[in-house]
Design a protein around this ligand. Structure first.
Ligand code: NAD
Ligand code: MG
Length: 406
């Protein structure tokens, strides 16, 4: 969002519009695959420049060949030989390593889909932002870890940031000319995750398998666990604060188990504008890819008569302390939100490895932040290096606490 007036036109013939040159970071993941599904169904609309993945060379090569990409990159250097042989004869160039991912992000394109999971996505996405590339941003950690730096870089380069995250995309769709002073409250909905009805005692013993089973959305492992703890919604409040210039008290969370209403804006005259749709990420992704127009998708259509009713409830702060931790980190400052994400990455992995219990995720994050606050280690970062230093320190604290717990 660069504050420019937003105009959404009706879908019209695309014949006069040249193909969109596109790079996808995190092409092998859930968002990456949904993006490539849209691309493969609309080959005349897109020219794919580069695709990246972490380790999955075969899946990346298959996708690159399918959509006719020019360049493919794996972050993991040991996967380069496998990538080269899977691409053999296709004419698609290959590279490996974190620097090669950032170089892929720096190639000139019309739009970059940022769909890496975690802080690992920040350096390459920032590289594209600095070049003024329009970003379809799924990788919310860019804003949780470094929202001030990221948005300042976008303002400097003129890069437009389009929100892919369904709640933020919903808000983006119902903003009226970005008149933020007319807004009273911005609401992000949350499904409540698979444990919405469990007591704290029942949550203590939940397994990774149960936590990975999201009721409405099919997503990567990390965001699925973050949805179960509701830390994902905590991250999304921070994300919203950077995308839409509103103070934390004008950012609200509402539990809505059907995941049909994705986000809403209440204006100062009492009007509430909401965006609805079936829970399928191809709708918000395509909204970004076609913006400021719209494009047809095969996402399921909403059948409200079949659904019958939509329900809403307030989040429970006792059973879902992650929301409080995220708001406290936001009040504490940019160092704290970077530490919050880093600690969460380590502790979600520890839970998936069965080294800590489900409730231990939020409890241990709170201890990491307390330790770092007491040590004076959460000064707001002023550079990417500062962010990465806070990130590394939070990971060290989190790993130490996991070992102590084991
Ligand atoms: P995923 O785990 O399915 O995919 C992650 C992608 O990142 C993969 O392509 C993986 O290879 C790549 N990757 C992982 N570590 C990497 C590293 N160190 N270096 C380079 N690449 C790396 O995750 P996802 O569900 O697609 O989520 C991606 C991002 O989108 C996350 O930030 C998530 O919060 C956000 N998001 C996802 C959804 C969803 O429905 N899945 C919705 C909203 C926002
Ligand atoms: Mg979301």
């Amino acid at each position: 969002m660069n504050g420019a007036p937003i105009q959404v036109e009706n879908d019209a013939s695309r014949e006069d519009v040249p193909p969109l040159r596109l790079t996808v970071l995190g092409a092998s993941g859930s968002i990456g695959q949904s993006t490539l599904d849209i691309v493969a169904r609309n080959p005349e609309r897109f020219r794919v420049e580069a695709l990246t993945a972490n380790t999955s060379a075969d899946a990346l090569a298959e996708a690159a060949i399918r959509v006719g990409a020019r360049h493919a990159v794996v972050a993991d250097e040991s996967a380069l030989d496998a990538l080269r042989s899977a691409l053999g004869g296709s004419g698609i160039t290959a590279a490996a390593g974190a620097t090669a991912v950032a170089e892929a992000a720096a190639r000139p394109v019309d739009m970059l889909v940022a769909a890496i999971v975690g802080a690992a996505g920040l350096p390459p996405t920032l590289e594209a932002v600095r070049r003024g590339t329009t970003i379809a941003l799924a990788n919310k950690e860019c804003l949780v870890c470094a929202g001030d730096l990221f948005m300042a870089a976008a303002r400097r380069s003129g890069a437009t940031i389009l929100p892919v995250d369904s709640e933020h995309n919903a808000v983006f769709q119902v903003l009226e000319s970005a008149n933020f002073d007319q807004i009273e409250m911005l609401t992000l909905t949350a499904s409540g995750g698979p444990f919405r009805r469990l007591s704290l005692a029942e949550m203590r013993d939940v397994t990774p398998e149960a936590a990975l089973k999201h009721p409405n959305w099919s997503m990567g492992a990390r965001i699925s666990i973050d949805s179960a703890t509701m830390m994902n919604k905590g991250f999304e409040i921070i994300e919203a604060h950077h995308l839409f210039p509103l103070p934390p008290e004008q950012l609200d969370v509402l539990v809505h188990p059907e995941s049909v209403v994705h986000g809403m804006v209440r204006y100062k005259d009492g009007s509430v504008l909401a965006q609805m749709g079936a829970p399928d990420m191809r709708t918000p992704i395509s909204h970004c890819l076609a913006w400021p127009r719209r494009m047809a998708t095969v996402a399921p259509r909403l059948d409200l008569a079949a659904l019958g009713s939509l329900t809403f409830e307030a989040p429970d702060p006792e059973r879902f302390p992650a929301l409080r931790l995220a708001r406290a980190a936001m009040a504490n400052g940019a160092g704290a939100t970077a530490a919050l994400n880093a600690a969460d990455e380590v502790l979600v992995a520890a839970f998936l490895d069965r080294k800590i219990g489900f409730l231990g995720i939020a409890q241990t994050i709170e201890r990491v932040l307390d330790r770092m606050t007491q040590a004076g280690d959460l000064a707001p970062p002023t550079s990417l290096d500062d962010v990465m230093a806070v990130d590394a320190a939070a990971r060290r604290h989190a790993r130490t606490l996991v070992v102590e717990a084991g």
